[in-house]
Design a protein around this ligand. Structure first.
Ligand code: EAX
Length: 322
């Protein structure tokens, strides 16, 4: 009893000293053991550390705060603080970001990370301001692969008529129409149930997400199409960030960068174990495919969705990065 009383007094004294102690919520759609969770926890730990405890944080995983589109809207109106999301729905808010979702644009992880860490990545983060979103740092989801419950896919023809859940992204939808599938856009929190009930036959996501979401419980086949690199991004609400001092904003940037670095390290770990992990869990993994016909069909259908509006300048800059 005595302890509790002392504890409360100490807490009150501490709160008095810290005065503006503020708690922020970090939302994402994936499980509490996912690469996004690793990133959310790194964000919170770094923010608490660099701010000397002036800021604390709580993770809201697993779509508790809604799908990625809902959460981005939450940032815009100030009902959410910080969100880690794929760029899937972001192109609906910041159209230039659609460039990053073009199929077969990035050659490999090194290429993607180098581009996102360059001026190109910073320009796209800065542009989000025009849409009332604060882009803090580029994080990572990973190269996406096709899974389904029906048959092994080795050629685009094998996707004919497959009902495939895609993100709410017009570039992705066009790519899968081009490859012959029937794309069905859907928010991520609904995907597991839709696969389980057979509302859709398949979906596409990186090994990181297939693992975090235990899609092997509802999907039999994986083809390592690597059809698109899926960035993630750490976003803040302007209502939160604009209310901070310059020093405090620096703490948030540092936290976001630490979050991205931790997530990328976790992506590397999962990519290294990935195929074995999927096989151990009963999936049939098709690793060797001729990617050329997938690339031709996807790129022809999807690239104009971006280039018809924005031209090829940014894409040329991205491709030129070594
Ligand atoms: O950001 O919606 C998706 O498929 C995303 O890859 C997932 O929510 C992680």
């Amino acid at each position: 009893m005595k302890h509790v009383v002392l504890g409360s007094v100490a807490t009150i004294a501490l709160m008095g000293a810290a005065q503006a102690q503020q708690s922020v919520v970090v939302g994402h759609t994936l499980s509490p053991t996912s690469h996004y969770a690793v990133g959310a926890q790194a964000f919170i730990a770094t923010l608490e550390e660099v701010s000397g405890g002036a800021f604390t944080g709580t993770e809201a995983p697993a779509g508790q705060l809604g799908g990625e589109r809902d959460m981005i809207e939450g940032l815009q109106i100030g009902s959410l603080d910080v969100v880690i999301t794929s760029t899937g729905p972001l192109g609906n808010f910041v159209p230039e970001v659609l460039a990053l979702d073009l199929p077969f644009l990035f050659r490999d992880y090194d290429h993607a990370r180098t581009v996102l860490d360059s001026d190109i990545g910073q320009e796209l983060l800065d542009r989000m301001r025009d849409s009332d979103i604060v882009g803090l740092a580029w994080s990572e989801n990973g190269f996406r692969h096709v899974t389904n419950s029906q048959r092994p896919v080795t050629r685009p023809e094998d996707m004919a008529g497959l009902k495939l859940r895609t993100m709410e992204n017009r570039v992705h939808m066009a790519a899968f129409e081009g490859m012959g599938a029937a794309p069905t856009p859907m928010a991520f929190p609904e995907v597991f149930g839709a696969l389980q009930q057979g509302v859709v036959d398949g979906q596409e996501n990186p090994i990181t997400v297939i693992t975090a979401s235990r899609f092997w419980e509802v999907q039999r086949y994986v083809t390592l199409t690597g059809h698109v690199y899926s960035p993630a991004v750490v976003l803040g609400s302007p209502f939160l960030i604009d209310g901070l001092s310059e020093e405090e904003q620096g703490w948030f940037l540092e936290a976001a960068r630490a979050s991205a670095a931790a997530t990328r390290a976790e992506v590397d770990r999962l990519e290294a174990e990935g195929v074995a992990l999927l096989r151990d869990n009963g999936m049939e993994v098709i690793t060797e495919i001729d990617r050329a016909p997938f690339q031709a069909a996807a790129a022809e259908a999807a690239w104009p969705v971006y280039t018809d509006t924005f031209g090829t300048e940014l894409l040329e800059r991205i491709i030129a990065v070594e």
